[in-house]
Design a protein around this ligand. Structure first.
Ligand code: ADP
Length: 273
C-alpha cells in the first residue's frame, strides 16, 4: 500500500472572483507503515491535500496514485482503491446519524455490498479496533455517548471499510485533556497493533511531535519541510520564519545535542512518544 503524489495543484472555484489556489505542485510519497504528522497554519492546505488522498477532490493539475494505479484515469476514481484510504474528518461525530451504534458502523460496508451475514463480525471487529465493546455499545444510540466515544464510533465506521491508511483531520479538536490522551493512545494502537498507516493532521506541532516518525510542514499550499521530527525541529529559524514557534520541542532537541546524545529522529519509536 503506497500513495504517490506528483506535481499536484488544486484551485478552488477557478475562473470566479473567489478563485483560490490551495495546493501548489505537491510531490509526496506515503509508504506503508508510516506515521505522518501533517502540520501547518489554518489555510495552509492540509485538508485539501487530505481530500485528494482518497479521491474526494480531483486535482486541478498533477496526479495521484494508490498502489501504482492513477486515480483519475477515468471520470471517477476506482472505489476499491479509494476505500483503502479512510478519511476521518474534523468533528466526525457530526456525521453520526443512525439509531444505533451498530447501524452507524454497518452503513459503509453495507453500501459496499458486503453480505449482510458478514456485517456483525465486521462491526464487532471495527468497534474493537477503536476500543469499544460490541456487546456494550451495539444497541446504544450514538447520540447518547460521550464526546470521545462518539468520535470512536465515527472512526469505527471508517475502519469498517477496511482501510489500510487512516487520515485523521485534527482528531483531538474539541476533546477535553482526558479525551485527547485517549485519542492519542487509540491512534498509537491502530498504528502499532493493527498495522495501519496513519496521517495525522494538526495545527499543533507539540501535540504530534513525539508521536510520529515523519513530519510534513505545509505553508501556503506547498510542502515547506518534510523529514524526521528531529530534522524538522532542527530547522528552528525556518519554522520561526513562517510563524511556527515550537519552544518545547526545540528545547528538547537542543538539550539532547548539548549532552552529546543522539537526537531522536526517524528512529523515534512510538513507545518512546
Ligand atoms: P487547512 O486544512 O490547512 O486549514 P485548507 O485545505 O482547508 O487548509 O484550505 C486551503 C485554502 O483553500 C485556504 O485558503 C482556504 O480558505 C481555501 N479553501 C478551502 N476550502 C475551500 C472551499 N470549499 N472553497 C473555497 N476555498 C476553500
Amino acid at each position: 500500500m503506497s500513495i504517490e503524489i506528483k506535481d499536484l495543484s488544486y484551485i478552488y472555484l477557478p475562473g470566479t472572483p473567489y478563485e483560490k489556489t490551495a495546493l501548489k505542485k505537491i510531490n509526496m510519497h506515503i509508504g506503508k507503515g508510516e506515521f505522518i504528522g501533517l502540520i501547518g497554519h489554518t489555510g495552509s492546505g492540509k485538508s485539501t491535500l487530505a481530500q485528494h488522498l482518497n479521491g474526494l477532490l480531483k486535482p486541478t493539475q498533477g496526479s495521484i496514485s494508490i498502489d501504482g494505479v492513477s486515480l483519475w484515469e477515468k471520470k471517477k476514481p476506482p472505489a476499491d482503491l479509494c476505500r483503502k484510504v479512510g478519511l476521518v474528518f474534523q468533528y466526525p461525530e457530526h456525521q453520526l446519524f443512525a439509531e444505533t451504534v451498530y447501524e452507524d458502523v454497518a452503513f459503509g460496508p453495507r453500501n459496499l455490498d458486503i453480505p449482510e451475514a458478514e456485517l456483525p463480525s465486521l462491526v464487532r471487529q471495527s468497534l474493537e479496533w477503536v476500543g469499544l465493546s460490541y456487546e456494550e455499545f451495539k444497541d446504544r444510540s450514538p447520540f447518547a455517548l460521550s464526546g470521545g466515544q462518539k468520535r470512536r464510533v465515527a472512526m469505527a465506521g471508517v475502519l469498517a471499510m477496511q482501510s489500510d491508511v487512516l487520515v485523521l483531520d485534527e482528531p483531538t479538536a474539541g476533546l477535553d485533556p482526558a479525551g485527547r490522551k485517549e485519542m492519542i493512545s487509540l491512534v498509537k494502537q491502530l498504528y502499532q497493533k493493527y498495522d495501519r498507516t496513519v496521517v495525522w493532521i494538526s495545527h499543533n506541532m507539540d501535540e504530534i511531535a513525539r508521536l510520529v516518525n515523519r513530519l510534513i510542514v505545509m505553508y501556503r499550499g506547498k510542502i515547506y519541510l518534510d523529514g524526521a521530527p528531529r530534522e524538522v525541529f532542527a530547522r528552528e529559524q525556518e519554522l520561526k520564519n513562517i510563524g511556527l514557534d515550537i519552544p518545547a520541542a526545540a528545547a528538547v532537541v537542543r538539550r539532547l545535542k548539548e549532552r552529546g546524545k543522539p537526537v531522536p529522529g526517524r528512529a523515534i519509536t512510538i513507545d518512546e512518544a
